[in-house]
Write a protein that binds this ligand. Structure first.
Ligand SMILES: O=C(O)CCC(=O)C(=O)O
Ligand SMILES: [Fe+2]
Length: 270
């Protein structure tokens, strides 16, 4: 089973929810969460962004010819946006338990960058970090059918991230890092756990969040998390490296053999 509805509902009803901050009033409070590496829901950040025009039809009309890999469980295929977006809409009629998901390869084209403004505390030093293999950017647009899932993971090279839901609804689970030994390196399905296979997971106790349009989620470096899309929609996410996570990113890159010289020197001098 991919999604155990009753179990997910129980998580939504019973688990501790992420805190929420209103960005307009309390930037200093938000920076506390970033400082302390605690995930948080941020309201108000995207109120004056122009991303509401990023509808499914907008992408289909504008970029229908572009092809991307889409994935479900262990299956991958390539679809153009002209094929994928009708597929998403068709899925709505009777949502599959495991639909194909376009969630890692489609980034904002240059003309879309003007539609949003990243605040300083989410800015990335990535422009000076040219050695990450196969990555020209750390920005992604996700086109999510109902029931699509991003499985348990930490973000690329242990970076942090922000994620805006433009349309749709996401359900997030987050694990404080002391629970990492219960997570089997991310092999657990947090939306339908198999306790025979993963007995330690019985003790896991994720923090949860339901994210609605206009809300931004901050994911700290190194925290395991997963997402179930409760409703079809469009979202935007950017990963970032800054003075808060540089030590963790460096440790991760050293571990897997990605050179970090230029980046790290820059932070030490700053
Ligand atoms: O929205 C999603 O499906 C996944 C979000 C996430 O965890 C990520 O962008 O790394
Ligand atoms: Fe993530």
């Amino acid at each position: 089973m991919m999604i155990d509805r009753a179990y997910v509902q129980q998580l939504i009803d019973e688990n501790i929810q992420l805190d929420e901050v209103e960005v307009t009033e309390e930037d200093f409070l938000l920076e506390e969460y970033i400082d302390q590496s605690v995930p948080v829901k941020i309201k108000g950040l995207a109120d004056d962004w122009n991303t509401n025009r990023w509808t499914l039809d907008f992408f289909k009309e504008k970029l229908g010819h572009l092809k991307f890999p889409v994935r479900r469980q262990n299956e991958e295929r390539e679809m153009s946006l002209a094929e994928y977006i009708p597929y998403m809409k068709e899925n709505e009629k009777n949502p599959s338990d495991s639909p194909f998901y376009l969630n890692t390869t489609f980034g904002p084209t240059d003309d879309l960058l003007a539609d949003y403004k990243v605040p300083d505390y989410f800015k990335c030093a990535f422009n000076n970090f040219r050695d990450i293999p196969d990555k020209s950017t750390l920005s992604w647009i996700y086109l999510a059918p109902t029931n699509s899932v991003t499985g348990l993971h930490i973000d690329t090279i242990a970076s942090s991230a922000w994620n805006l839901v433009i349309s749709g609804k996401k359900f997030w689970v987050f694990y404080p890092t002391y629970q990492n030994p219960l997570l089997y390196g991310g092999m657990v399905n947090p939306f339908a756990p198999d306790y025979d296979k993963h007995p330690l997971y019985r003790k896991a106790d994720p923090m949860i969040c339901v994210q609605n349009p206009g809300e931004v989620i901050f994911t700290p470096s190194g925290w395991y998390h997963a997402v179930l899309n409760l409703e079809m929609g469009v979202s935007l996410t950017e990963n970032f490296i800054n003075e808060h996570n540089i030590e963790l990113v460096k440790a991760y890159c050293d571990l897997v053999g990605i050179p970090t010289d230029g980046l790290y020197e820059q932070f030490k001098q700053a």
